[in-house]
Structure formats: structure tokens, C-alpha cells
Design a protein around this ligand. Structure first.
Ligand SMILES: [Zn+2]
Length: 65
């Protein structure tokens, strides 16, 4: 289990993956480990599959099988 990422782009879900939702309107995320803030990419109005990955790879282990 645990290879699909957060079910929803909501603060409680993202928190499970070490992420804070700092702006839910424009969708800005912050890594709880390194404090990096990033705005995830979108593809035709939908968040890309790995939008919740910290750019510094802090939480990438969550998506490894
Ligand atoms: Zn990080």
C-alpha cells in the first residue's frame, strides 16, 4: 500500500505525506521536512500525477513500491 499518494488535495491527506497545503485556492504546497514551497503543475485542469512530490525528493519514498 501507499504507492498512490494522497487521495485528495486536502490538508489532512497531504499531511500524511509530509506536506502542508499553504494555499488551497491556487494550490501551493510546502514540504514539512525542508520547508520548500512549490506550485504543482496542472494538465488540462487536473493536478499532475506526482504533484505532491517535494522538489527536493523528501517524500518520494512514499511512491516507491
Ligand atoms: Zn522537502
Amino acid at each position: 500500500m501507499g504507492n498512490t499518494g494522497p487521495r485528495n488535495c486536502t490538508a489532512p491527506e497531504l499531511a500524511k505525506y509530509g506536506i502542508d497545503l499553504v494555499d488551497f485556492v491556487r494550490v501551493k504546497l510546502q514540504c514539512q521536512q525542508c520547508a520548500q514551497v512549490w506550485a504543482p503543475d496542472h494538465d488540462r485542469g487536473q493536478l499532475v500525477h506526482h504533484y505532491w512530490h517535494c522538489p527536493n525528493r523528501c517524500n518520494h519514498t512514499f511512491s516507491e513500491g
